[in-house]
Write a protein that binds this ligand. Sequence first.
Ligand SMILES: NC(=O)c1ccc[n+]([C@@H]2O[C@H](COP(=O)([O-])OP(=O)(O)OC[C@H]3O[C@@H](n4cnc5c(N)ncnc54)[C@H](OP(=O)(O)O)[C@@H]3O)[C@@H](O)[C@H]2O)c1
Length: 213
Amino acid sequence: MRIGILGAGNMADALGTPWARAGHEVLVGGRDAGRAAALAARMGSGVRSGTLAEAAAFGETVLIAVHAEAAVEVLAAVGAGEGALRGRTLIDCTNAVVPGSFLLAAPMAERVAAAAPGAHVVKAFNLCHVDVWRLTPPVFDGVPLGVPLCGDDPGALADVTALIRDLGCAPLPGGGLARAGLLEATAAFLIGLWLGEGADARSAVPPLSHSRD
Ligand SMILES: NC(=O)c1ccc[n+]([C@@H]2O[C@H](COP(=O)([O-])OP(=O)(O)OC[C@H]3O[C@@H](n4cnc5c(N)ncnc54)[C@H](OP(=O)(O)O)[C@@H]3O)[C@@H](O)[C@H]2O)c1
């Protein structure tokens, strides 16, 4: 798969590095050419760097990995509003969580979809801290991390399912993009438990055998 990454920060690194290792072609796009080039060099041989627009043009699958407040602006800058990402898989990992209150500042997936008409948006990878994505693989107590994904296009969901498996994780189909807001709210709630309360949120979720009557 050709993967273009918008942003040259931590999530670009944590997700792009194992995807490159799994054999995908990766191009990291940043607003700072030097930072994008340095990250690409660290990510491994074969990883390329370029501008944000070059990453958008390169990717059959595009990951938007910038701060939530910048996502719409970055999509506009790469021509997504004019259809530059039409027909592509667009992965949204952003979290617009208000520091301190752990409320959602904005529902991101629908804003990303509105800013990229025709793109097949899939919400994924927003639930865990970047250091979790850096684990090789993210497995806890012998169980691969489950990664919820929400999207409407079967082809895009298949792409992201494959990319989740490439991390050594287990895809958890979470329904259509209309449910992405629930996933974002879940992230905000968990972050509040982890950072606000220092609580182990895992203890709140029963096994499947105890999830119904
Ligand atoms: N970190 C986590 O634990 C985590 C986990 C799950 C999801 N996420 C989400 O993933 C996204 C990226 O997070 P991150 O941790 O990778 O952040 P990061 O390390 O701070 O990197 C953010 C990237 O966005 C770029 N950027 C910021 N504003 C921009 C703008 N106006 N135009 C162009 N580029 C801009 C930055 O460019 P410069 O390098 O030039 O500053 C940087 O490359 C966020 O939406 C976050 O909510 C993060």
